[in-house]
Design a protein around this ligand. Structure first.
Ligand code: CUA
Length: 345
């Protein structure tokens, strides 16, 4: 249990269970002692008859009141400790959409507009509370990374803050925990906790990041051009219309931020990881709604898809063109020292 939040909740439960066990043992003992003592074979005569017992009645009221007071004090203390925005907290904004996440970090430098954003992979420092501001761009979702703390609803039009934390560096699983549509189960995210020095290095490098300019004549350059302009002759929309890549004209906000796509290990909001994510990149680009139900990204293999309930035909790119876009996306990498996955198995 590396999270102070989870330890707080754990010890609250221990107290509540401890009281329950003591009460259970007390009541059971009294019951069996009474049954044993007043068995008919021991006491054929009628037992003593009396009304009221002041000491017993006072105890019956006082003991539960005492238990409630102790549990209330513990609860209020935990609530104060789990204040969603401690003063020393690192702040991150989690924007949820059908069916993906964008994580934004305010940075000290004005570069990149003072904010660094990455899709579906959240980075946080260890040994420091993190205040996550949770919001939604469409329907209700919920932010939940069970090993780091409790869950919190993401409601459109409102911002709620929630505290998470951990002592242990590593990658943690997150999930949308509010039924939100066809790919609710495919709305995952990763939280990568880094030692504070590495977190700061990530943030500084990410703020200074500018997407590399592809070499003339390279696959990356062809991919870059398709990414920015699409291909009007076959109805293929520009990726840049919906996605942002820091340091390029691509500034779309309808889809996840792809600034550090090459550094990511996951694809499709955590649907695939590692090698599987690599293998799925071209099928994903070719027909995103075909491999992830409800995905709003149009297909690029001419398949049909739904736009506001109406069937529409996707644009067409060749396998080679999709491979060029994939090459461009993979070239969008943070510098080695800022690679938040480095050292994570
Ligand atoms: Cu978003 Cu469930």
């Amino acid at each position: 249990m590396s999270s102070a939040f989870n330890r707080e909740i754990f010890w609250m439960s221990v107290w509540a269970i401890a009281f329950s066990i003591i009460i259970f043992i007390g009541v059971s003992y009294a019951l069996f002692a009474t049954v044993r003592r007043f068995r008919e074979e021991n006491n054929s005569a009628e037992p003593a008859q009396f009304h009221g017992n002041n000491r017993l009645e006072v105890a019956l009221v006082a003991v539960p009141v005492l238990i409630v007071i102790v549990l209330s004090v513990l609860t209020v203390r935990s609530m104060a400790r789990l204040n969603p925005t401690p003063e020393n907290a690192t702040t991150v904004t989690a924007l949820s959409r059908q069916f993906w996440w964008n994580f934004s970090y305010p940075t000290a430098t004005a570069a990149a507009g003072g904010v660094v954003t990455n899709g579906n992979e959240m980075v946080m420092p260890t040994r420091n509370p993190v205040a996550v501001t949770i919001t939604s761009g469409d329907v209700m979702h919920a932010f939940w990374a069970p090993n780091l703390g409790g869950q919190r609803n993401a409601t459109p039009g409102t911002e709620k803050t929630w505290q998470i934390d951990t002592d242990r560096p590593g990658a943690y699983q997150g999930n949308c925990s509010m039924l939100c549509g066809a790919s609710h189960a495919n709305m995952r995210f990763k939280v990568i906790a880094l030692e504070p020095e590495r977190y700061n290095a990530f943030l500084a490098a990410a703020a200074a990041y500018r997407a590399p300019t592809p070499a003339p004549g390279s696959a990356e350059e062809r991919g870059y051009t398709l990414f920015m302009q699409g291909k009007a002759s076959t109805g293929a929309l520009a990726c840049a219309a919906c996605h942002r890549v820091q340091g390029t004209p691509a500034n779309g906000a309808a889809g996840p931020d792809l600034s550090f796509f090459g550094t990511r290990r996951t694809l499709g909001a955590g649907m695939w990881e590692g090698e599987r994510a690599e293998e799925m990149l071209i099928p994903w680009l070719a027909n995103s709604p075909g491999v992830k139900p409800g995905s709003l990204m149009p297909p690029y293999n001419g398949a049909t898809y739904q736009v506001n309930g109406k069937e529409q035909k996707g644009g067409v790119l060749t396998e080679a063109e999709l491979a060029d876009i994939a090459a461009y996306l993979r070239s969008l990498r943070l510098p080695e020292e800022a690679d938040y996955w480095r050292g994570t198995p």
